[in-house]
Design a protein around this ligand. Structure first.
Ligand code: PGA
Length: 248
């Protein structure tokens, strides 16, 4: 399968204007890459990130977006606002938002729909907790999370990027083994195929959870892993660049 891989940095709530300039400069100096590369940055930094990356092929995105079009939603940012200045991606349903902001499967699906409606590609995160894995519920959990999105998006479901991020692997230094990750990715691919037909073979399913320079290549070599969503290691240019170089 010749899907072009995608490596996305998820800065989370990190960064400052000087630190971002150094990080983005390091990425720009190292490019171009054999895979697509993007950074998902905190909202206040989006505009400056867009300007810094304007003449490069590095893409940028946000880490969330509102499910609502506009209105009295204090603190929310709409997909239309993101689209207006060239935002390519919006992460939706990250496990930190599902856990700390009580985001339901349906809300995540509605956010994905709002993003797509404005031409912003949602990166939809799914993943099981450690307790769910130990209880043998991994398959049921990720399928339920993805099913909500497929159902809500209907014929547009093929436009999303999916990220499998086992919660127990995020920020813990514990990575799913390439085999563990591949088996979940294959399940997700089959679910996408049932919804979107052969187009599912062109869709990207990223792996996230303690991806580092020393494990990226083996993860990215799995047949259904199409790149990564990188948290901690996306904050250091040398590490992020090394991971991007593992993509193809
Ligand atoms: P991590 O985070 O790479 O620091 O584990 C990944 C993520 O949360 O997207």
């Amino acid at each position: 399968m010749s899907r072009r891989q995608l490596v996305v940095g998820n800065w989370k709530m990190h960064g400052s204007r000087p630190a971002n300039a150094t990080l983005l400069d390091g990425i720009l100096q190292a490019g171009p890459f054999a895979c697509d590369v993007a950074v998902c940055v905190p909202f206040p930094f989006l505009s400056e990130t867009a300007a810094t990356l304007a003449s490069s092929d590095i893409r940028w995105g946000s880490q969330d977006c509102s499910a609502q079009e506009q209105g009295a939603y204090t603190g929310e940012v709409s997909a239309a606002m993101l689209h207006e200045f060239g935002c390519r991606y919006a992460i939706v349903g990250h496990s930190e938002r599902r856990a700390m902001h009580a985001e339901s499967d349906q809300l995540v699906a509605d956010k994905a729909k709002a993003a797509l409606a404005r031409g912003v590609t949602p990166i939809v995160c799914v993943g099981e907790t450690r307790a769910q894995r130990e209880a043998g519920e991994t398959e049921a959990v990720v399928k339920r999370q993805l099913a909500a999105v497929i159902h809500t998006l209907a014929h547009c479901a093929g436009e999303i990027v999916v990220a499998y991020e086992p919660v127990w692997a995020i920020g813990t230094g514990l990575t799913a083994s390439p085999e563990q990750a591949q088996s979940v990715h294959a399940l997700l691919r089959a679910q996408l195929r049932a919804a979107s037909g052969a187009h599912a073979d062109e869709m990207k399913i990223l792996y996230g959870g303690s991806v580092k320079p020393d494990n990226a290549a083996t993860l990215f070599a799995q047949p259904d892993i199409d790149g990564g969503l990188i948290g901690g290691a996306s904050l250091k240019a040398a590490d992020f660049v090394a991971i991007c170089r593992a993509g193809h």
